[in-house]
Design a protein around this ligand. Structure first.
Ligand code: NAD
Ligand code: UD1
Length: 341
């Protein structure tokens, strides 16, 4: 079994992946500066798994800390989640995004190189495809022009990692392009805990259902989609976590850069999500149709065939399960983790 460094492992996708790795018998070291996470998520991972990951509170931009970490732990691979992820905030604070996401990854790679650790799984996003491609999106398409600094930071990192792998055949790097991660662990113990007003659909819907927000704004009902509302490929975070494990294993036998979409291959509209959430929760989710949100596309979903072929991975959980698990987490933790801090 390998020792895996998980940057950003206290966050939403990271905590579910830490759990999956612990359950698979790996040793895990989490590095997180807790700028968008709570220590409580890892306490709960410990309870669920009966195992304790090593935790280092610190920053991926801190080279001396990284050197120490690689010296103290026999890390053989890194799963790199740490970064900032809010599109709106990235427009207001581009330097913070380039610094955390791009410069942070650069520092991490320099420390990995110095330590001789060359297996890396990176959290990328479907946003790197840009607009204008026919659906579904497959990995062979050229990357496009993301419309915001967050998206550009992901694309820059993909390019940086491509150059790195081209320079030295010992690197094996997986670029995982996530579609829309949602859901929570079926226990309801860990889940997504956004700070402030959620930007993304599911956390907002869940907070309306639990009574924290009055009503959902549906951004546009005049798109060229079956019911006029935006269509996305929502993927259960448990499936996503499993995908990281498969990618980690597959990279053990591969060189160079490999791109894999992590999506279900199926799109659902905003109204379908709202209805499914109402069914799962037994609560009404009041909404009002509002103008389109700037930068949104009508529809986006994955061609998920490559990951199935090359990783033996396939998303298994459908929309109903995504909604039921989101609701269980929201109901059990109406204020997220903050009640325990
Ligand atoms: P998250 O904010 O819950 O997790 C990110 C974690 O990184 C947090 O725990 C945060 O405290 C930590 N972090 C941030 N900057 C850091 C730094 N400089 N040093 C150390 N730790 C730092 O977000 P998430 O939803 O779990 O996303 C994980 C990754 O996946 C991110 O890179 C994100 O851009 C990417 N991604 C997320 C989505 C999504 O919809 N959630 C979609 C596509 C890609
Ligand atoms: C957003 C990010 C994208 C990121 C992705 C995954 C933007 C512009 N893009 O994409 O970079 O990779 O999350 O997390 O923010 N919606 C509403 N009301 C709401 C919120 C959303 O109607 O309050 C609609 C949107 O118009 C869209 C769908 O719900 O049709 C999904 O939105 P969201 O969850 O924000 O994800 P994306 O826009 O796909």
């Amino acid at each position: 079994m390998t020792t895996v460094l998980i940057t950003g492992g206290a966050g939403y996708i990271g905590s579910h992946t830490v759990l999956a790795l612990l359950e698979a018998g790996h040793e895990v070291v989490v590095l997180d500066n807790l700028c968008n996470a709570s220590r409580e998520s890892l306490r709960r991972v410990e309870r669920l798994s009966g195992r304790t990951p090593a935790f280092v509170q610190g920053d991926i931009r801190d080279r001396a800390l990284l050197d120490r970490l690689f010296h103290e732990h026999a890390v053989s691979a890194v799963i790199h989640f740490a970064g900032l992820k809010s599109v709106g905030e990235s427009v207001a604070q581009p330097l913070a995004y380039y610094e955390n996401n791009v410069a942070g990854t650069l520092t991490l790679c320099q420390a990995m190189q110095a330590a001789g650790v060359t297996r890396l799984v990176f959290s990328s996003s479907a946003t790197v495809y840009g607009d204008g491609h026919p659906m579904p999106l497959h990995e062979g398409l050229p990357t496009g022009q993301p419309t915001n600094p967050y998206g550009r930071s992901k694309l820059m990192v993909e390019e940086l990692l491509g150059d790195l792998a081209a320079s030295d055949a010992s690197w094996s790097i997986g670029l995982l392009r996530y579609f829309n991660p949602v859901g929570a662990h079926p226990s309801g113990e860990i889940g997504e805990d956004p700070r402030g007003i959620p930007n993304n659909l599911l956390p907002y819907v869940a907070q309306v259902a639990v009574g924290r927000r009055e009503r959902l704004a549906v951004y546009g009902d005049d798109y060229a989609t079956p019911d006029g509302t935006g269509v996305r490929d929502y993927i259960h975070v448990m499936d996503l976590a499993a995908g990281h494990l498969c990618a980690l294993n597959a990279l053990g036998e591969r060189e160079g850069v490999h791109i894999w979409n992590l999506g279900t291959g199926q799109g659902h509209s905003v109204l379908e999500v709202v209805r499914a959430f109402e069914r799962a929760s037994g609560r009404a989710v009041p909404f009002r149709i509002e103008p389109r949100r700037a930068g949104d596309v009508a529809a986006c979903w994955a061609d998920a065939a490559l990951a199935e072929r090359e990783l033996g991975w396939k998303a298994e959980r459908g929309l109903e399960e995504m909604m039921a698990d989101t609701w269980r987490w929201q109901r059990q933790n109406p204020q997220g983790y903050s009640q325990d801090d």
